[in-house]
Design a binder for this molecule. Structure first.
Ligand code: IPD
Ligand code: CA
Ligand code: CA
Length: 256
């Protein structure tokens, strides 16, 4: 298989999907289950577009996509190639025009991360990675920061759909606040990890996100030298939801 042709096809699809996101105006919002869990027509449109386009890029692949309502990684998808896609990561940002939102496309091979593409159309930033081959942003190699936590920004996700995780989320955020320069909350998990990957901040954590939130960005971050695990330091699951902790090169141990 020609890997560079494959990832080029994925990037092209992500770029066009990003353009659809950027061109969309006044999103019609529909509510999903749970606190602030929204979906817009644009989420659905982009997902349809990506499935159609990526099927042409890699016909034998199956799909796990957020807007299909498939939140379990079924046995059918257990082997071979699986595209794990989040058409808009950062739907609330998208609704409120609070940028960025990104397109996230992970490709798993036999249940392991193989390729990852994350595209931020608002700043035209394309992140890509193939396992073992480093991480790139707009064609330039990226590495996570080697600065100590005390000289770094931290970013976190509030796990907004899981109210039972709120106390623990803010306990950890408060404890990190004493150890870093300051804390940020962007509204997109994939973007957060890309920010750690390119050295803008040194740690990202969230108590529960879905496979489509991290399938692409966790690979990009690992290839940029980050340690990406669950919140306790265990390997990330590629079969469902997980807590996530992404640490840049300069962060030693679990600092909370
Ligand atoms: C959400 C974003 C957000 C994170 C949530 C995710 P969505 O994805 O990544 O930053 O805090 O946990 O679910 O719903 O915008 O695709
Ligand atoms: Ca998401
Ligand atoms: Ca989404």
């Amino acid at each position: 298989m020609d890997e560079s042709k494959l990832i080029d096809g994925i990037k092209e699809a992500a770029r066009e999907a990003g353009q659809i996101m950027k061109d969309a105006v006044r999103p019609k919002v529909m509510e999903k289950s749970g606190h602030a869990n929204f979906v817009t027509e644009t989420d659905e449109r982009i997902q349809e577009f990506l499935i159609e386009r990526l099927t042409k890029v890699l016909p034998e692949a199956s799909f796990l996509g957020e807007e299909e309502g498939q939140d379990v990684y079924t046995e059918k998808m257990g082997h071979g190639f699986v595209f794990v896609i989040d058409p808009i990561d950062g739907t609330s940002n998208f609704i409120y025009a609070y940028h960025p939102s990104v397109v996230s496309i992970g490709l798993l091979k036999d249940k392991k991360p193989y390729m990852g593409v994350v595209y931020n159309p608002y700043d035209d930033m394309m992140f890509e990675s193939i396992t073992g081959m480093g991480a790139y942003m707009n064609g330039e190699r990226i590495m996570s920061s080697d600065a100590p936590l005390s000289d770094s920004l931290v970013v976190f996700g509030t796990a907004p759909y899981y109210t039972e995780l709120r106390d623990e989320t803010f306990r950890i955020a408060k404890s990190l606040m004493d150890k870093c320069v300051d804390i940020r909350r962007s509204g997109t998990a994939a973007w957060d990890m890309c920010c750690v990957a390119m050295g803008r901040c040194s740690l990202y954590f969230e108590m529960k996100i879905q496979l489509w939130d991290y399938a692409a960005a966790a690979l990009i971050a690992s290839e940029a030298g980050c340690t990406v695990t669950d919140i306790k330091g265990n390997p990330l699951s590629y079969t469902g939801a997980s807590s996530t902790l992404c640490r840049a090169r300069g962060v030693r141990g679990i600092p909370f």
